[in-house]
Design a protein around this ligand. Structure first.
Ligand code: SF4
Length: 188
């Protein structure tokens, strides 16, 4: 296996462990998304690294869909939301991810991961609706093993490729970068 393929495999493992952790988090604290809600994917403000989308890039190049997508992403700045978000109502608050299985790290962690606030307390990185529905400010979140800590996942991503892990772009630009980087790495 070539060096970059090893890198992509490591990212896949990290994405999978983030997936397991957020599933566990939802079970332990009995919280979850509203059925059909896609509000967090409907905003323009999602930022991500290209690195976390390399497994998606690999999938799309192998499937023969990457070149067409790159063409669409040429105008990434004018897109109002992630290119993979498919809204199914007029105000775009309901919809789904067309790349769900291969989505990035932020896509998996947002909603059900933790950060420490300035008082050293764990708080959930999530949307206003979930915070209100589940009265999250009344819950004490424990994370001795750092299993649910978002920064920890990004540190693990940095262990895989330091220079790319913290370079963040608007989500469509991150996807375009990942597609280009994968093509470049695959050509050596
Ligand atoms: S790739 Fe991420 S940001 Fe884009 S629609 Fe899917 S979950 Fe949302």
């Amino acid at each position: 296996m070539r060096e970059f393929e090893v890198k992509v495999e490591k990212i896949k493992e990290l994405l999978s462990s983030a997936e397991h952790a957020t599933t566990k988090f939802q079970k332990v604290y009995k919280i979850g998304c509203f059925s059909g809600c896609g509000k967090c994917c409907s905003t323009e403000s999602i930022e991500a690294s290209s690195l976390e989308f390399l497994p998606l890039a690999e999938y799309l190049w192998k499937k023969g869909e990457a070149a067409e997508l790159l063409e669409k992403l040429k105008d990434a700045d004018s897109l109002e939301n992630c290119i993979f978000y498919i809204p199914n109502c007029n105000d775009k608050t309901k919809g789904f991810c067309a790349a769900y299985e291969h989505r990035g790290l932020i896509c998996r962690l947002f909603g059900f991961s933790l950060r420490q606030n300035k008082n050293g307390m764990n708080e959930v990185i999530t949307c206003k609706e979930i915070k209100e529905k589940y009265s999250l400010s009344n819950i004490s979140f424990k994370d001795e093993e750092h299993e649910f800590n978002m920064s920890d996942y990004y540190l693990q991503l940095a262990d895989i490729d330091y220079s790319r892990a913290f370079k963040r772009y608007p989500v469509n630009k991150a996807i375009a970068e990942a597609l280009n980087e994968y093509a470049q790495m695959n050509s050596y």
